[in-house]
Design a protein around this ligand. Structure first.
Ligand code: FES
Ligand SMILES: [Fe+2]
Length: 373
């Protein structure tokens, strides 16, 4: 947590006193910014598998209990009963509430305690209130927002949102968790100089190590650029060709590919910051071609690419991005990541100034801002 008063034992007024504090993230201004955005924490199917129990998830160092209540709605509350600190995810859903398994206190979606069985005549103490969070379902994922004061939205997913008559066939990848900070995970996706080295033969060629220098623009809260890969033979399941990249800030990447034969494919990922050094990546691939073909080879190609990335991305030390100038050495060909880091730094500073400053920063990018080479 990045609240200035964190070490004194107090937390921000936006958050409940019952919130567990993750010491490892105290003082990180990026964490403060990320709290103002939506992040996926599980798939809809994972929540379904939890049955009548809330699902325990972690986001930005907090333990949160997520549940689908009996009306079909969703709730997200701190995964800690304020009575004796048992995790609420051990309890179960009852009506529109979660019942704690230890002494049966019931908690509503707004974080208020609505029943204390040992005191049927009350009163329920005023203080009986835990943290509650914004929660939404979209793209087959469950999204949380810890702090809604900047008015951010869930990132776009062009393949899901498409109104084309022939929409792409979308495959949901199995989420994976890596020991790396979320911003590093995202940066790897748009790091054009690594293709020649890490993906030699699959997405790049080591004998062509100089990447193109795209122009990068800020538009509608996204960084955008296009990219043309080198000439090479690739697997027919590869996502390879002229590509248009959209990066809904701060932790999502959406890439449209036009293959040489005319087919269109799409890759989308969003990195959930579980804590400063742990990221769960949710992702989809989509295609216009081979719609009736076997999906397995397409997923196998993605598995190959991830296996190529993992050894380098999971061994970045420290695992989280540090934005201080001079901490790492960038060169001109790191252009996209330089712009990504520049915007992250501005977001961190804005979030430190307050949610309305972050809101204004995102609003400023509504019209396209081209960033000079
Ligand atoms: S610990 Fe939850 S009701 Fe006692
Ligand atoms: Fe990669």
């Amino acid at each position: 947590m990045g609240h200035p008063s964190g070490r004194s034992g107090l937390v921000s007024t936006a958050l409940s006193m019952s919130e567990p504090i993750a010491p490892a993230t105290l003082g990180d201004p990026l964490v403060k910014a990320f709290e103002l955005f939506w992040h996926p924490v599980c798939t809809v199917d994972e929540l379904l598998l939890a049955g009548s129990h809330p699902l325990a998830v972690r986001l930005l160092g907090r333990r949160i209990a997520v549940a689908r209540v009996e009306s079909g709605g969703l709730l997200a509350v701190a995964d800690r009963c304020l009575h004796r600190s048992t995790r609420l995810s051990v309890g179960w859903v009852e009506g529109e509430t979660i019942r704690c398994a230890y002494h049966g206190w019931r908690w509503a979606g707004d974080g208020r305690c609505v029943e204390i069985p040992s005191m049927p005549l009350g009163p329920i103490p005023e203080r009986a209130c835990i943290g509650s969070y914004d929660i939404e379902e979209r793209y087959g994922l469950i999204w949380l927002r810890l702090d809604g004061r900047a008015g951010t939205g869930i990132p776009a997913h062009p393949a899901y949102d498409s109104v084309d008559e022939a929409p792409l066939k979308i495959l949901q990848g199995v989420p994976y968790t890596w020991p790396v900070g979320a911003a590093r995970r995202v940066e790897n996706f748009v790091d054009l100089a690594h293709f020649a080295w890490v993906h030699d033969g699959s997405l790049g060629r080591r004998d062509e190590p100089v990447p193109p220098m795209p122009s990068v623009a800020r538009e509608s809260g996204e960084l955008r650029f296009s990219f043309d890969p080198p000439d090479m033979e690739v697997d027919e399941t590869a996502l390879f060709g002229h590509s248009e990249h959209r990066m809904p800030m701060p932790l999502t990447v959406s890439i449209d590919f036009w293959l040489a034969g005319g087919a269109r494919r799409h890759l989308w990922m969003t990195a959930c910051p579980i804590d400063r050094a742990t990221t769960r990546t949710f992702w989809t691939v989509a295609r216009s071609d081979d719609r009736d073909g076997d999906d397995a080879p397409h997923m196998a190609f993605q598995a190959r690419v991830l296996a190529e990335d993992a050894p380098v991305v999971c061994h970045q030390d420290p695992p989280e991005i540090h934005l201080e100038p001079g901490f790492e050495l960038s060169v001109r060909t790191d252009r996209v990541s330089i712009e990504y880091r520049r915007w992250l730094s501005q977001m961190a500073a804005a979030a430190t100034a307050g949610p309305s400053a972050l809101h204004d920063l995102l609003r400023e990018s509504r019209s396209s801002i081209s960033l000079a080479p």
